[in-house]
Design a binder for this molecule. Structure first.
Ligand code: SF4
Ligand code: SF4
Length: 178
């Protein structure tokens, strides 16, 4: 009797296991086989941060080179450079000497580099920016063999996006954790 009970329990367990396997086998896939397929639900995806262009001039950043994002970044991932104004009585050098933002008189950055290898995607920079000049990109395919490749020139990226008129979905910046 004990053996029959044991066999019945084993069979029941087998049936339950096969049921789970069968349901998983016929369930709709939740992943895609990249690169044959790509996902299209990236509206809320948090890729590396990128500059936002002005509505009436997409290749001009909203950024006013205040340096707040660089200051707020816990990973020191930004290098934002602007021309250093000459001291009183000195002539302006050509090319101008560059220094970290903010610099007196500079209303826009001359260089805006993000070292994505340092970034933890914490969102402090997006939250801090007073002009809503930063957002998360929706590029999930950024891969590299070297850290150097992850130093992203965000100004060049913005210019390239504007030139190619790539559709850049407006992200939900309100969803950044407060
Ligand atoms: S906080 Fe915004 S405006 Fe200030 S430097 Fe960063 S991106 Fe530019
Ligand atoms: S998301 Fe966080 S770690 Fe990444 S650049 Fe912005 S502030 Fe720095």
């Amino acid at each position: 009797m004990k053996r029959i009970k044991k066999a019945f329990t084993g069979l029941k367990s087998l049936a339950v296991g096969l049921g789970v396997t069968g349901r998983a086998f016929y369930a709709k896939n939740v992943t895609v086989i990249y690169p044959k397929e790509e996902v299209d639900n990236l509206a809320s995806y948090r890729g590396h941060v990128e500059l936002v262009g002005k509505e009436d001039a997409p290749d001009v950043p909203k950024c006013v080179a205040c340096g707040s994002c660089a200051k707020a970044c816990p990973s020191n991932a930004f290098t934002i450079l602007c021309p250093v104004p000459p001291k009183e009585g000195e002539a302006a050098s050509d090319p101008p000497v560059m220094g970290p933002a903010p610099q007196r008189g500079a209303k826009t950055p001359s260089k805006f580099i993000l070292d994505f290898s340092l970034c933890s995607l914490c969102g402090q920079c997006v939250k801090t920016c007073p002009t809503k000049g930063l957002r998360f990109s929706n590029d999930p395919y950024l891969v590299s063999f070297t850290r150097e490749d992850l130093k992203l020139d965000l100004l060049a990226r913005l210019h390239s996006q504007a030139a190619n008129s790539q559709p850049v979905p407006v992200p939900d910046t309100e969803s950044v954790d407060k």
